[in-house]
Design a protein around this ligand. Sequence first.
Ligand SMILES: [Zn+2]
Ligand SMILES: [Zn+2]
Length: 429
Amino acid sequence: MNAPVIEVGILSAPSISFKLNGRFISSTGEEIANEERTVTLSDVKDTLEFAPLDPDTASFELFHVVIGVQFHWEREETQRFNGKLKLFVEGDKITAVNILLVEDYLLSVISSEMSATSSLELLKAHSVISRSWLLAQIEKCRDVARRVSTEEYKTLIKTDEGYIRWYDREDHTHFDVCADDHCQRYQGITRITAPQVAEALKATSGQVLTYNGKVCDARFYKSCGGITESFENVWEPVKHPYLTQVIDNEAVPAGYDTDLTNEEHARKWILSNPPAYCNTHDTKVLSQVLNDYDRETQDFYRWEVKLTQAEIKDLLFRKLGIDVGDVLDLIPVERGVSGRLIRLKIVGSKSTIIIGKELEIRKALSESHLYSSAFVVEKEGDAFALKGAGWGHGVGLCQIGAAIMASKGIAYQDILTHYFPNAELEKIY
Ligand SMILES: [Zn+2]
Ligand SMILES: [Zn+2]
C-alpha cells in the first residue's frame, strides 16, 4: 500500500480567495505561479484543482478561514497549507478542500493536540492511534456514503419514554474529515510543528492497530476514571473486541468488584479513589497531555458538580427542548462497563423522560458538557450533587494514563496493548 492521502474540508463560502506560493498546475491545464485569486461560483463548474509542481517547497494560503465556530472567540484568519487545493460546488457555496499525505496531516494535528514536552513513547503511541483512527474514519465515511441512498446511518433512537442519541460521523460525504473539533482541529502548516512529533511519526511510519485484518477505530480521551468503556455503550451498537473494558492499573484494585454495570459496584467505585494510571496529580506529566494545563482542572479523576432543581429544569428546556416541570429526581437506568451512564431517567412534576447515550447526558446537564457520564446523584435539599469519575467518553486510550505509563518507561507497543486488547500492531505502508 502506498502512503495514503486525505481530503480535509477547510471552508465553505460563496467565493474563495487564495494565494498560490510556488508553481501550480490547475485541473484545466493552466500553469500558475505566485498568484492571488478569488474564485466565485461561475468559475468553478463542478470541481477545480490546483496541484503543486514542486510539492516540497510550494504551499497555498486560504484567506478568511473561520476558526472557533460556535465559540465566543470566533474569528477569521489566513491559513497556509501543503499539498493540493480542491474547490467544488455544493449548493450555492464553494467548498475548499486540502488534499495531502496522511503523515503530513498527522504532523499538524498531533503537534497542536499534544504539548511539546510530551515524552517520545507517548507521542509514538499517539501517532499510531491517530493514524489508525483516521484511516478507519476514511473507510467508515466511504462506507456511509455508499450506504446513504438505501439505508440511513442512524444516530437517534426514539421510544415512548425518551430518546437515545449518539454523536458520530455521519455528515461528511464530499471529503474525509473537516478541520474543526468535530473531527480534529487542523490549521494547515500555519502553526509551528514539533520536532518530537515528526520523530515519533517517522519511528512508527505506516503502523496502525488492526483487528481481523481491518484498521481499528482507535479512540482516545483524557481520563477513564480507572476503567475504560466499551464502544457500543457510547456509539452505535457494534461490538469491537479491542474497545472493551480495561482496568487502567497494573492489577485489579483490591476490594472492588469491577462489574460497574451493577449500580452498587459503580457507586462504590465512583465515590472512592481506587488506584489507576490516570489517578495522578503529577504536574510534570499532566502538562504533557493538557495543552492549556494552567486553565484546566486537576480534579478530573474524581469530580463534583452541584445543580439546583431550577438549573436542571432550565438546562433541559434550553438544550433538549423538553419541559418536564420541576425536576424531582435523576435515576440511573443503565451503566456501561466503566460506570458511565448509558441511560438516565429524569423524573419531573409534569413528565418523566429517559435520555442517553453518554454525550447526550453530559450535554443535557451542563452549560458546555459534564466531564463524563460516570456519576452518581445525591440529593441535597432542592439541589443535586453529581459526583463523577473521569474525563471524556472513556473508550480506547486514556491519555493521562498513557502519559503516566510512558513516564514509567513502558514502551509504546505495551501502552497500546494495554488499552487495545486483542488488537495487533501492523505496518501497512
Ligand atoms: Zn467533521
Ligand atoms: Zn485512565
